[in-house]
Design a protein around this ligand. Sequence first.
Ligand code: 48H
Length: 251
Amino acid sequence: MYKRQIFERFSEDFSKYFEVDVAIAGAGPAGMTAARYLAKAGKKVVVFERKLSPGGGMWGGGMTFPVIIVQEGSKQILEEANVKLDKADKGYYSADSIEACSKICSAAIDAGAKIFNAISVEDVLLGDNKINGFVINWSAVEIASLHVDPLSIRAKYCIDATGHAAEVCRIVQKKVGRLNTPSGKIEEEKSMCAEIGEKTVVENTKEVYPGLFVAGMAANTVYGAPRMGPIFGGMLLSGKKAAEEILKKFD
Ligand code: 48H
């Protein structure tokens, strides 16, 4: 009997998300933060995450020491999710990465965002020179390289929050057209410089193609800016900025 319950509950849940206000690829810190603030503002938000667990690169802290660092300007985003912070040094705070990951995920869900795991975004839905949603498939299908046609979901706005790989923007570059970058292409991530990378990741959070925003590490990959190591403040601020920019569009 419970098997029918699993199937029916999933079908009922999933069928609510074929049309949404915002669809997000990737449930790392940037994607989950964007999801939280968009859902909090009353938008219907869905996040597709390739892996079983949301959290992206945050679980492992720095070199698997489960500790992350955030700056003064971003600590409120963690505090609002009840993450405990220790004052570290020179305006930098530390947090337990397991606690931070679980609680920012929980905050997104409590705000009303829906996260579907084990689903990969493999393409975009295109129309009128605008990105209108995502083409999705089970990650297991992708991993097994099975020839199975995907389904699509429609969204008023999409966010590429897929981290270093900037997967959705790469698809747009390959199949759709010019990105809103100096070369029209992905400028590619640069070597580590935490001060610059943390600043640019917020500046680079913008609409990269009509209907598609880029957030988190993907924003630095797309606009050719440096990585920053295990400092996560910029990812949180970038997710929040993506939400704010999209909310302005709705206004
Ligand atoms: C569905 C997908 C797809 C896809 C990928 O890597 P993330 O944690 O990304 P951000 O930008 O939130 O945070 C970046 C941060 O973790 C980091 O890597 C830093 C700060 N690096 C600095 C440095 O110097 O190295 O999360 C992205 C998520 C992951 O969970 C992926 O599994 C998922 O996106 N994902 N989900 N469809 N096509 N591609």
